[in-house]
Write a protein that binds this ligand. Sequence first.
Ligand code: FNR
Length: 430
Amino acid sequence: MPDTGLARQSTLYRAGTLGRRPVVPTDFAELERRAKRVSSAEAWAYVAGGAGEGRTVRRNREAFDRWAIEPRMAAGAVDRDLSVDLLGTRLPSPVLLAPVGAAALMGRDSDVAIATGAAATGTPYVFSNQGCHPMEASAAAMGDTPRWFQLYWSKDERLVDSLIARAERVGAGALVVTLDTTVLGWRPQDLNLGSLPFAKGLGIAQYTSDPVFREIAAERAKQPRERPRVTLGAIRALIAMSRNHPGPFWANLRSPAPRASVETFLDIYSNPGLNWEHLATLPERTGLPFVLKGILHPDDARRAFEIGAAAVVVSNHGGRQVDNAVASLDALVRIRAALGPEPTLLFDSGIRTGADVFTALALGADAVLLGRPHLYGFALAGAHGVAEVIRNVLAELDLTMALTGARTIADITRDRLRPVETPAPERDRA
Ligand code: FNR
């Protein structure tokens, strides 16, 4: 069970009375500032950066400002229940941790630490296909806490099956297939630094731990190829790849495997030709419920449910893929209106606080995924930082429920919000 908001407040105030300030700030702006301070330029570009001019990232947040919560008084909501049923599993709250790749940029033991922090609060974690630890290691850190696996559809169908089989073996409760990243978006922050974590072998642990991928990479390593020119940059890249590759560093340095793995990965990790026929094979490939992530249009959402998806994640990947794209929250409103109350809609891209969770739920999300905030908590205080961020978000959600008279998550309905009036000058320009 999550702490109630009151218990969380009391923990923080009591510590404060004794002179201790929280290591993980309780508001997002300060959390972000401090996380930036402890991150390298490359890490910050990758994690905080967005596509193009950053319009989608901004719009994701601005969309929340167009809705206001309308508190109701004297509802006597003393005991709140944040738990929800999601795909047949009872969860302590409607919050999951979003899949994030290359988290090792932000600190040691990344995925395992994030899994540990998630489990400390009973929060499900969606393991990224671009993880820095094999899913088996992250699962081992979670005990009985639900975990899901997120897949990028590879060009190699055998690899797709192998990853799905591993997800089944680690007890994943669902398979999340991310559709919005068949190619990487235009990301100027990374491009200006010439920084791509995967090129250094960071964020490819699901691949290097996979028997099918290793076979493919070993074949490739046997093929004759041009030796790269020996430059300082090439040596640095080789050292990074050797460090990030499984096995002893010195052996890796002399082996063709780390470079072959990176090259193989870059070649096959994603299939730009992905279409609905591929996705329609999912029910015969796995007994796991599957969830399609990256949906922004009602027709795509409809199609997902037609082929048997258990849920979709309305998401624009945190504004990292298409610049000037629709805000994820606006897409949620449109999709819920088009599909009606039944289908399970998850939401991410822009959730920062408990009030944001409340707003997204009121606009039709059944649950939400927390992305960058948990990474920032991780950057500041490892597994503990992740757990603290989750506790803060849930505490605020709980207090918002108390103050608006919602006892259960089902009570958080659309009529608890009002659209914010757009000031006249802006309206005229629109
Ligand atoms: C992501 N996201 C992501 N999504 C996914 O399906 N697979 C992945 O490997 C990643 N990797 C990743 C890395 C980083 C650094 C970030 C910030 C995001 C997208 C993620 O799951 C989620 O959709 C966004 O993080 C939501 O946006 P906000 O709320 O974090 O802005």
